[in-house]
Design a protein around this ligand. Structure first.
Ligand code: NDP
Ligand code: MG
Length: 352
């Protein structure tokens, strides 16, 4: 889908018509849905709805995968009717994206029962029977979701959680009201606007040239090692946060730092993960683990990490290595960082 558009430069209208790409028209459409409640309400007529129960998405098992069912407006109204609910409840849904053909996608939680909500939590098992699926904790479904579905569900869960936790104005104590799309909430008494927030988190794979540093926290699943991560403090740049976190957690000083990529991560709250590669000064590789933050940290060779990346299975019991360890799942940006490091190392060790 594309659109011809007149463009204004520096306030003067300019009769320059150009073809807008599908991506641009889609972005403009989503912008319109967030800005205009009536357009958004209209988009629900032809939209698709992803259902959640207490922040767990509705999934349908299909072999080793999970399918993510969607309902149209009529199906959703019918479902709500069966549970004695008013169709008005659909206004609690949040916009999470749209297709290239401008079918808008929404997410609705039928289990959350916040103090300011007029709607009761619907019975989970009856809903599951009716919908022929199950509401699965998102962390548990991680290994069975494809990247497109997981990204949509991550966004949906984060937005639903944010709305659930921001029902009242922190200044006046009065209820806040969401706009149709769910891109903001406004205080009913003083009109303060609240926008959904993410906390910036840096994640760094430190290398000494031949090995990379991986660490684990007490809360990680048994045997799992990952790159070093930490929340940015107020006033810090990404570079400051990376240097501080590495110094705090393993007592090392960094030499070089290179940005790799970023990712939205919904657990346990919404974070923007900013991923970097870093190197330490030569010969300065002695780790001093901060045991208040980490359970363990160690240098791992290229061969060890490359072998761990190839391993199948998500439990340490399934491994029979001399030092068995697991890496984060493919969807986590930590996995991407580790994979990039292995690939770069493999290229640099090729004979000229
Ligand atoms: N996608 C990925 O690949 C990965 C994602 N992550 C994510 O990165 C995040 C940070 O990693 P982690 O090592 O735990 O972070 P830190 O090293 O900063 O350690 C956690 C500390 O931060 C505090 N904290 C919690 N929330 C915030 C906040 N919003 N702002 C400032 N401080 C906060 C905690 O306090 P308290 O003691 O009160 O809890 C705790 O003391 C985690 O949420 C984790 O899920 C981590 C690794 C890989
Ligand atoms: Mg940390």
């Amino acid at each position: 889908m594309s659109l011809y558009c007149g463009i204004a430069f520096r306030g003067k209208s300019f009769c320059c018509y150009r073809l807008l790409s599908t991506y641009v028209t889609k972005s403009r459409y989503l912008f319109e849905l967030k800005e205009d409640d009536d357009t958004c309400r209209k988009a629900q007529q032809t939209g698709a709805f992803y259902l959640f129960h207490s922040l767990a998405p509705l999934l349908q098992p299909s072999g080793h995968q999970h399918l993510v069912p969607r309902l149209n407006l009529l199906e959703l109204e019918r479902l709500l009717g069966k549970f004695g609910q008013d169709a008005q409840r659909i206004e609690d849904s949040v916009l999470i994206g749209c297709s290239e053909q401008h079918e808008a996608w929404f997410a609705l939680d039928l289990g959350l029962n916040s103090s300011s909500s007029t709607y009761a939590s619907l019975p989970k098992s009856e809903l599951e029977t009716e919908l022929k699926g199950s509401f699965v904790e998102l962390r548990k479904a991680l290994f069975q979701l494809n990247p497109v579905d997981s990204s949509l569900l991550f966004t949906a869960q984060s937005l639903l959680r944010w709305h659930d936790g921001h029902q009242f104005c922190s200044r006046s104590g009065q209820p806040t009201k969401k706009n149709m799309a769910g891109s903001k909430r406004v205080c009913s008494s003083n009109k303060i606007i609240y926008y959904p927030q993410m906390a910036p988190v840096v994640i760094t794979l430190v290398s000494d040239g031949t090995r990379c540093l991986l660490a684990r926290q007490h809360s990680f699943p048994k045997g799992l090692y990952s790159a070093l991560a930490g929340f940015c403090d107020i006033g810090e740049s990404v570079e400051d946060a990376v240097r501080r976190e590495v110094a705090e957690e393993v007592g090392l000083e960094l030499e070089r730092l290179q940005y790799s990529a970023s990712q939205h991560w919904p657990f346990p709250n919404s974070s923007l993960m900013i991923a970097c590669h870093a190197t330490v000064k030569p010969g300065q590789t002695e780790i001093q683990v901060n045991l208040r933050e980490l359970e363990a940290a160690a240098w791992f060779s290229y061969a060890e990490v490359a072998a761990a990346l190839k391993r199948k299975g998500t439990s340490i019991q399934q491994q029979n290595q001399s030092f068995p360890f697991l890496l984060p799942p493919k969807l986590a940006i930590a996995h991407q960082l580790i994979k990039e490091w292995v690939e770069k190392h493999a290229c640099s060790s090729l004979p000229n």
